[in-house]
Structure formats: structure tokens, C-alpha cells
Write a protein that binds this ligand. Structure first.
Ligand SMILES: C[S@@+](CC[C@H](N)C(=O)[O-])C[C@H]1O[C@@H](n2cnc3c(N)ncnc32)[C@H](O)[C@@H]1O
Length: 241
């Protein structure tokens, strides 16, 4: 009897200790950090500075064809006519205009960015080229402002590592996906020292999967490493049973 009581006291004590243990903050700021980062850390990595719209010309550089092989990337994503694809952090629209003919007139590209100047570049080009299936969406640092449950595929090319609020953005991205919808993290491979990109603008496959493990709605489908410098870490939103 006495040992049963003491066991209960131990269990009770552990429960109280757990309840009182302060929760670790999601984000941490450090004074000592990489100058290319914002000094804010999430799941052990430093978040990078957002690439300003003044650098939009760099996103359209011809060398990207060789360095990133966008045609191969889009083929790997198996984009079908009629799909709704959200390009979050669309920048100058480098991938939007390549995806527009793939989804066709029954499909839609939702070009999301937090910099209105980037969206203005897409608007001007769409008008010039008479492209009518790209919708512009001005997001915020915590919310891509996408319709709930309507998106087949979200692509994030060289973007996710710049999100200042990655947890909140991921929650909203998941909400925007249809059940079975996919999300593709296209990041420069940090595992490969030969990829000549600043450190905080690269991510390992493991880092992406660890961060997504916080979201039980997501299932890791595969990681495609066939691009010259990037990997495509692909997840699916689980079907509701
Ligand atoms: C390096 S550029 C990449 C642009 C484009 N994906 C490409 O591959 O050409 C990153 C873009 O992400 C945008 N961005 C950063 N944080 C964002 C957020 N929370 N929501 C939407 N866009 C964001 C930036 O404004 C910038 O245009």
C-alpha cells in the first residue's frame, strides 16, 4: 500500500514538473550571427534576409537555365492542365510564366509575394505577353493570403529560408492546400559545398524535413536531387479519412 502511494506521489510530481516547465520560444534572436542573416533563429538555423526587389534583374539572369534547369524542375513537379498552383515568393515571376502554359486556360497560377514591386513586375509582363491565368496576391510575413483548401500545388523556389515567420507561413500554406495537395521546397543544397550560394540561403534536406515534422498533416513524398544545384523536397497534405 505504502509503495503504491509513493508511486502515485512520483507520478504526480512528474506531471506537475512537466506542466510547470516553461515552453521554449519558437524563435530566438542572437547578437552573433551571419551578416547575410537577420539574427533570428528557427529550429537551429538562421533566417536569411529577404532579397529586395532591386535585385529582380538577378532572378532573370540567363545563367539560371544552366544553374537551376527550370524546365527539369517543372517536369519533376508533374504540373497538369487545370491545376491551381501557388508560387509563393514569386519574385519577378520567373516560374509563373513557365507554369502558366502548363496549367492552361482552365488552371490558375497564384503569384504571391510580400513586395508589391515584385508583383508589379509580373503584372506588367503579363499584360505585355497577354497572359491571363496569373493572379497576383500580396501576402504578409505570416500569411500568403491564399484561399483555404483550393490549391493543388505550392512551389517555394529559393524562398522558404527567407520567411521571417516560417511556422506561421507553413500553417497557412497547409490550410490553403486541397487534401492530397503538394508543397515543394526548392532550396540550394547546403550539403554540397560546391554550390556557390551564401550559407544562410542554402538548406539541407534534413533541415526541411525536421521543420515539417512539426506538422502532422504533411507527409514527405520524396526528395529529388537531380537538379544542378537545388533539391526538391516534396510533401503531400494527407487525405482526410
Ligand atoms: C530569392 S527571391 C526568389 C523569387 C522566385 N521564387 C524565383 O525563383 O525567381 C525570394 C522572394 O520571396 C519573397 N518573400 C520573402 N518572404 C516572403 C513571404 N513571407 N511571403 C511571400 N513572399 C516572400 C521575396 O519578396 C522575394 O521576392
Amino acid at each position: 500500500m505504502r509503495s503504491a502511494i509513493s508511486s502515485w506521489i512520483v507520478v504526480f510530481g512528474v506531471l506537475i514538473a512537466q506542466a510547470e516547465e516553461p515552453k521554449k520560444p519558437r524563435y530566438e534572436t542572437r547578437k552573433l550571427h551571419d551578416p547575410d542573416g537577420i539574427g533570428k533563429f528557427y529550429v537551429g538555423r538562421e533566417i536569411a534576409h529577404v532579397m529586395g526587389h532591386q535585385g529582380a534583374g538577378w532572378l532573370e539572369r540567363p545563367e539560371r537555365e544552366k544553374e537551376e534547369d527550370p524546365a527539369k524542375l517543372l517536369k519533376a513537379l508533374e504540373i497538369q492542365p487545370g491545376m491551381t498552383v501557388a508560387d509563393i515568393g514569386a519574385g519577378s515571376g520567373y516560374h509563373c510564366f513557365r507554369m502558366s502554359p502548363l496549367v492552361g486556360e482552365k488552371g490558375k497560377i497564384l503569384a504571391v509575394d510580400i513586395q508589391p514591386e515584385m508583383l508589379a513586375l509580373i503584372k506588367t509582363r503579363a499584360k505585355k505577353e497577354n497572359v491571363t491565368n496569373i493572379d497576383l496576391v500580396e501576402g504578409t510575413e505570416t500569411d500568403p493570403k491564399l484561399p483555404e483548401g483550393k490549391v493543388d500545388l505550392i512551389i517555394l523556389v529559393d524562398v522558404y529560408h527567407e520567411f521571417s515567420q516560417p511556422y506561421e507561413m507553413t500553417e497557412k500554406m497547409i490550410a490553403a492546400l486541397k487534401p492530397g495537395g503538394r508543397i515543394a521546397f526548392v532550396e540550394f543544397r547546403l550539403e554540397d559545398p560546391k554550390v556557390p550560394i551564401k550559407l544562410v540561403h542554402k538548406m539541407t534536406e534534413r533541415q526541411v524535413t525536421i521543420e515539417m515534422e512539426q506538422f502532422p498533416e504533411l507527409e514527405h513524398l520524396k526528395t529529388d536531387k537531380s537538379l544542378p544545384w537545388q533539391h526538391i523536397v516534396l510533401f503531400k497534405k494527407k487525405e482526410v479519412k
